[in-house]
Design a protein. Structure first.
Length: 184
């Protein structure tokens, strides 16, 4: 999840793309982000039920369905499908048309993939163990929210969201016990 204004990532969830994990994810989000809220998702069918269970129909909810046209790739070659159009659909509430977008979260996913080698296949760092992946993601999002100053914000998402009064230093993110810089 990503707040479009502050760029804060209030929560994330690791799991298969199914209804149960969508509900877990939306429940985590509901614990951190209260109403009124506008939510935009992609066209995954598990989201409407999960949002309804977590937030009820009092929220403003729309989804985006991107339509692609497949093309036949050459032998032994992968070619991504051609983008055709995007369809926005209001499911309930009264979401602002100008705010119906998944672009910010897609950009954040790119940032995550580019800054964490464990999301790059065919490398030594590629995550194979769930616990290691979860630990890396927790560290990344804490750094992303509290330490990394975003060029568009001129501060961190946590400061922009009013959670912190100043950006953290990396030493505050990973405290040491004061003995030779070893992690406590």
């Amino acid at each position: 999840a990503l707040d479009a204004d502050s760029k804060l990532v209030p929560c994330f969830h690791v799991g298969k793309r199914n209804g149960a994990n969508a509900l877990t994810f939306m429940s985590k989000l509901q614990e951190r982000v209260r109403m009124p809220v506008q939510i935009t998702t992609d066209a995954f069918s598990g989201y409407p039920w999960a949002i309804g269970q977590s937030y009820g129909r009092g929220t403003h909810y729309a989804r985006i369905n991107k339509i692609y046209q497949t093309r036949q790739p050459g032998r032994g070659r992968y070619s991504p499908p051609w983008f055709v159009t995007v369809k926005k659909q209001v499911l309930w509430g009264n979401p602002r048309e100008s705010r119906i977008s998944t672009s910010y979260v897609e950009r954040q996913n790119l940032t995550m993939r580019m800054q964490m080698r464990r999301f790059t296949r065919l490398t030594n760092a590629f995550s194979k163990k769930y616990d290691n992946l979860l630990a890396a993601l927790n560290l990344h999002f804490c750094w992303y929210n509290f330490v990394r100053v975003h060029s568009s914000l001129k501060t961190t998402p946590a400061v922009a969201a009013g959670i912190e009064s100043r950006p953290w230093k990396i030493e505050e993110l990973i405290p040491t016990n004061g003995h030779n810089g070893t992690i406590s």
